[in-house]
Write a protein that binds this ligand. Structure first.
Ligand code: DGL
Length: 269
């Protein structure tokens, strides 16, 4: 592998495209290979054992591309199986979402009360609590598993003014607001799309996207390791484990632009 090798990015499905979008914005010259395990999405409702098995399959697929780093774009995967990936591939730089978002929240909170919204598996893993404590031991963390939000976003129901997501967001966030949090981590690939709704109802919160924080952290890490691509432009490959057409229909929610005819289906595992 060298500077111009691919960065491998994976997610349980297509939500990880919010991380890819962040990377493309910051690092347009990088070559990226993305894998979305759409045959097995969602991970957020599954057991640790099952998630770990899927994650190992995801990384094995990406390693065919001689990747210079892997980005675990899925909060559920990063919360659950990060250590397993590091143990199995000690020579592969592993980037994630949980630590970058935690570090940012730990630095930005003024009252040391941080909320995290995530899938149930991420909330139950307590990975955010541990990561935030490692950066700011005085911070109190309040995590909420929000299983209804992923299907809402995948069905395009994330626009301000739509009473359905507005109601569900408030059901999850009112208890966190009542705890007095001043900072909220969007600890799931899909939740950046809900930013406008959250901002409208909770205007005083500092909102941290784990997807955006992951892209910033990747840039920092590659810079430090002197591994930024030095060739202009970037090649981007997109693979999924179920029908590509299903992804192409809604990829623009997450990427901001369409991926028509650019996604290929592969068999993994
Ligand atoms: N990508 C997942 C995450 O960020 C959300 C979807 C799922 O449950 O697989 O946690």
């Amino acid at each position: 592998m060298d500077k111009n090798s691919y960065i491998g990015v994976f997610d349980s499905g297509i939500g990880g495209l919010t991380v890819v979008k962040g990377i493309l914005d910051l690092l347009p010259n990088e070559n990226i290979v993305y894998f979305g395990d759409t045959a097995h999405v969602p991970y957020g409702t599954r057991s640790r054992r099952q998630i770990t098995q899927y994650v190992l399959d995801d990384v094995r697929f990406l390693r065919q591309y001689d990747i210079k780093a892997v980005v675990i774009a899925c909060n559920t995967a990063d919360s659950t199986a990060r250590e397993t990936v590091i143990d199995k591939y000690p020579d592969l730089p592993v980037y994630g979402v949980v630590h970058p978002a935690s570090r940012k929240a730990a630095a930005l909170t003024k009252n040391n009360r941080i909320g995290v919204i995530a899938t149930k598996a991420t909330a139950n893993s307590r990975a955010y609590d541990r990561a935030i404590a490692s950066y700011n031991p005085r911070a109190q963390v309040f995590s909420e598993g929000c299983p209804l939000l992923v299907p809402l976003v995948e069905n395009g129901r994330f626009q301000k003014g739509d009473i359905v997501p507005e109601t569900v967001v408030q059901e999850y966030l009112d208890p966190l607001a009542a705890k007095g949090i001043d900072t909220l981590i969007l600890g799931c690939t899909h939740f950046p799309l809900l930013t406008d709704i959250i901002r409208e109802h909770y205007p005083d919160l500092t909102i941290i996207s784990s997807s955006g924080a992951a892209a910033e952290n990747l840039r920092e890490g590659l810079e430090e390791a002197d591994m930024l691509s030095d060739s202009p432009g970037g090649e981007h490959k997109y693979f999924v484990s179920d029908d590509a057409a299903l992804v192409e229909d809604i990829a623009h929610y997450f990427m901001g632009s369409a991926l028509n005819d650019r996604v290929q289906q592969v068999t993994v595992g």
